[in-house]
Ligand binder design. Sequence first.
Ligand SMILES: [Zn+2]
Length: 129
Amino acid sequence: MTAQPQTETAPERALRSVLHGRGLRFRKHVAPLPALRCRADIVFRTQQIAVFVDGCFWHFCPKHGSVPKANAEWWREKLERNVARDRRNDQVLEREGWTVLRVWEHEDPRLAADNVESLVKARSLRVSQ
Ligand SMILES: [Zn+2]
């Protein structure tokens, strides 16, 4: 289902702990949409926000993405498929009313948390209206 290892990564843990510290509550590693075989790393179900912490290698980050030299052709196809699947999942989620936030693993977790927090607050207002 996902090319990422199933255990949580250090950047994910860092982001979650900043969010927790700010009093935000969420679920981790759940599928936002049961029909979509895609788990988000952090899910705010009420506000319909799905946060993905994307690894620079597996999701081909514009700064650090690279294709290994050995079996380059195979890797390029695999990584391109990963990126295409990410975009497809984003589209499906957004069509169903979700907001998707993707955070690169190289991003500062506090800055990423700022984005998540303001999104959660904005959508909480909408939910309560
Ligand atoms: Zn990166």
